[in-house]
Design a binder for this molecule. Structure first.
Ligand SMILES: Nc1ncnc2c1ncn2[C@@H]1O[C@H](COP(=O)(O)OP(=O)(O)OP(=O)(O)O)[C@@H](O)[C@H]1O
Ligand SMILES: [Mg+2]
Length: 287
């Protein structure tokens, strides 16, 4: 499989896309001209934050990350004819290239949406979480059988580092057999304190699940470069955890460019002035 190219985004221009009618230009560069590695987009409800993130995905050839073609929300994948989206990107310091939705080329970019959040972080039956915990459990059991250390131990140790940045207590996540005395080898991911089992991951709080989902995805997809878009990372987070989000993301992926849409004053305050954008002030909207 050919790996997609890993970009850094220097800026975006959007016009006639959903509620963004007039041309909106956001320049993500630092004062020395390099792309900022942490960009924060704020603004009132309906001001276009999610639209900017999805415009980036559409211009960079990733409509499937906006939504699946079969979804009832598949209209989100569509770039209307009158729309202009152009995204300036560079690769490893090469000259800047302009990418538009007209000539999309898939680039390495990941998206954590907020409107899919109930499914994304939901307990038990959540497909995404099911997939993540299933992969970790399967890999841990496979490695144990083969007498290897295995990737699951590495994943879990990184996930637990992120967990500790926010929880700072003696809990951790690990795979265990559901019933060590049973004949089957059914395994699950559990919250533990020392050797004591507290509960299955399905019973975590919503904020804890959101933390697990973001950390596990970044670690297991080996997102070490490129761009990660996160819509409202503060969902379900107490202000104390909101204040730790940057530390978690930087720890997990120091070289990734994170572009974040948020309602959190705490996240806004932590971003440097050149890397934060209030959509209320940057384009005409009805608010
Ligand atoms: N085709 C369209 N033309 C005009 N406005 C549209 C169109 N499609 C969606 N909208 C408007 O876009 C707005 C939603 O934009 P978006 O989801 O980007 O906002 P947001 O800043 O992320 O808001 P929130 O903070 O609530 O998540 C809504 O007000 C919706 O009515
Ligand atoms: Mg939104």
């Amino acid at each position: 499989m050919i790996k997609a190219r890993a970009p850094k985004i220097h800026g975006i221009t959007v016009k006639s896309f959903r509620e963004i009618r007039d041309e909106l230009t956001l320049d993500f560069r630092t004062p020395v001209g390099t792309p900022a590695n942490m960009v924060v987009i704020a603004g009132p409800n309906g001001s276009g934050k999610t639209s900017v993130l999805e415009a980036i995905l559409l211009a960079l050839g990733q409509p499937d990350k906006v939504d699946k073609p079969s979804s009832r929300l598949a209209w989100r994948r569509v770039v209307p004819q009158e729309t202009t989206i152009s995204v300036d990107v560079s690769f490893d310091g090469d000259p800047v290239e302009r990418h538009s939705s007209l000539v999309p080329e898939p680039l390495e970019i990941e998206y954590f949406s907020s409107w899919q959040a109930p499914d994304f972080v939901g307990v038990g039956t959540s497909q995404s979480q099911g997939r993540l915990k299933q992969r970790i459990s399967d890999e841990k059991i496979r490695a144990a059988f083969c007498g290897e250390a295995g990737r699951a131990s590495q994943w879990l140790s990184r996930i637990n580092e992120a967990w500790q940045i926010l929880r700072h207590d003696d809990t951790r996540l690990d795979v265990q057999l559901v019933d060590p005395n049973a004949d089957d080898l059914l395994a699950d991911l559990f919250l533990l304190r020392g050797d004591e089992r507290i509960c299955s991951i399905d019973r975590l709080g919503q904020g804890e699940l959101r933390l697990f989902t973001i950390a596990a995805t970044v670690v297991m997809k080996e997102l070490t470069t490129g761009v990660v878009l996160i819509d409202e990372p503060e969902l379900h987070f107490h202000p104390e955890w909101q204040g730790g989000i940057f530390s978690v993301l930087r720890h997990l992926a120091p070289d990734v460019q994170f572009i974040i849409a948020t309602h959190s004053d705490i996240i806004w305050d932590r971003a440097p002035e050149y890397a934060r954008f209030n959509l209320k002030n940057t384009h005409h909207c009805a608010f």
